[in-house]
Design a binder for this molecule. Structure first.
Ligand SMILES: Cc1cc2nc3c(=O)[nH]c(=O)nc-3n(C[C@H](O)[C@H](O)[C@H](O)COP(=O)(O)O)c2cc1C
Length: 384
């Protein structure tokens, strides 16, 4: 998605005169020019994509996605640095009230889509009118302008409540740098447990900040995809023995808040989305698990529900039979009594084949978010 030019936060990139040289044949790297804001303009530096919540002068909460959010190490306090374009409402609200909540959202397509919409440069009332995030009141004391402290986003995995310590106004680019004191960190209980006892952490939204080439803040890590295939397959191998892998899946699937449902049978695991979210196009992930000398091999395939899959196959078979019968009839009636219209039957069945196949690909597109969720679940469990 392209953002208007004025939203870019002033990432300055020199013109192509200092463009990167082409890679020498076979060289693993090319050296890029060191530009201003090297982390945005000369390379890819992973940064969080957070939702900043501030209060407008009338007390209304305002949410906006932001990436330039860096921890600052030093002997004093627990500090964060935010870099925000001067004209944004967040910058004005934070400068006035001195308070912001920094909300870290899970990397989930539907949450990310909602987060992205909050980047629209429209008045607070307009963008918050259909905001799908729920807000929880903060328990901290009032802000310095007397307003209530900014609320916390209920869907966040982690929230930092912060107070302004120092504000620097920059003219070139026109932006404000906010040095913040982190006053409180709120974690979901499972992440607090993982922090203390070990285990995997949340999968948070990450981006690479503003990209000059696309005029967009939404430069994101790429996802490995394997072309437009109806039943994409993948294969993984882990060092853990088969029973430990099965146990990990059993434990994760047993959690009350697990967004996936699954059936574990000897040597096989079938994963899907909960009934409430299940649609005709919802995918199912089948995982064959087999022991190897090193650990466990997992062969996965993601496709439509077996009933839907069988219906597609039966439809294609019926159409193929009708097409072949029509072709035979068409050829014989054209040669014997000069009637050509039956030759239209195979043409119509070919068109219907294309229609059914098109329907399948549309269904795959509609189920892409759920497919991503199923695939990420497997990765998450194996990494834990
Ligand atoms: C993923 C993403 C990251 C962003 N990061 C920043 C940022 O670090 N600094 C900034 O000034 N704007 C950033 N923006 C643009 C702001 O979200 C945008 O200017 C928004 O309109 C500000 O809303 P506000 O006026 O309610 O504060 C980002 C946008 C997106 C989509």
């Amino acid at each position: 998605m392209g953002e208007p030019d004025e939203q870019r936060g002033g990432a300055e990139v020199s013109e192509p005169s200092d463009a990167a040289p082409p890679a020498a044949d076979g060289a693993p790297f090319v050296e890029t020019a060191l530009r201003q804001r090297f982390f945005q303009a000369s390379g890819f530096f992973p940064m969080p994509i957070v939702l900043l919540c501030t209060r407008s002068a009338d007390g209304a909460p305002n949410l906006a996605p932001h990436s330039l959010c860096f921890p600052v190490l030093g002997d004093e306090g627990h500090r964060l640095l935010l870099v925000i374009t001067t004209e944004s409402k967040t910058a004005a609200n934070l400068a006035r009230s001195g308070r912001v909540s920094v909300n870290f959202i899970e990397e989930r397509p539907e949450l990310f889509a909602s987060l992205k919409r909050l980047a629209a440069p429209v008045p607070t009332a307009e963008k918050m009118a259909d905001c799908p995030f729920r807000l929880l009141e903060s328990k901290r004391s009032s802000a310095r302008d007397g307003s209530a402290p900014p609320p916390l986003v209920a869907e966040a995995e982690q929230v930092f409540e912060c107070r302004l310590v120092e504000l620097e106004q920059r003219d070139e680019p026109l932006e404000r740098r906010f040095l913040l004191e982190v006053e409180a960190v709120h974690l979901r209980p499972r992440w607090a447990r993982a922090l203390e006892e070990g285990g995997r952490g949340p999968r948070l939204c990450v981006g690479y900040g503003f990209r000059h080439a696309s005029k967009s803040w939404l430069a994101r890590p790429s996802v490995m995809v394997s072309g437009p295939r109806l039943r994409p397959r993948f294969e993984l191998e882990v060092d853990e023995p088969l029973d430990r892998v099965c146990e990990s899946f059993r434990v994760e699937l047993g959690r009350a808040e697990c967004p996936i449902v699954g059936k574990l049978e000897p040597g096989m695991l079938v994963l899907g989305v909960p009934d409430a979210e299940s649609r005709l196009w919802s995918p199912v992930l089948e995982l064959l698990l087999e022991p190897t000398p090193r650990g466990t091999r997992l062969r996965g395939s993601i496709g439509p529900h077996p009933h839907v899959w069988t219906t597609f196959i039966v439809l294609h078979l019926l159409l193929a039979i009708c097409g072949l019968a029509g072709l035979t009839w068409g050829i014989s009636s054209a040669t014997i009594d000069g009637r050509y219209w039956p030759l239209g039957i195979p043409v119509v069945t070919l068109m219907l084949h294309a229609f059914v196949a098109g329907g399948a690909f549309i269904g795959q597109g509609l189920g892409a978010d759920q497919m991503h969720r199923l695939r990420s679940f497997v990765d998450d469990v194996l990494q834990s």
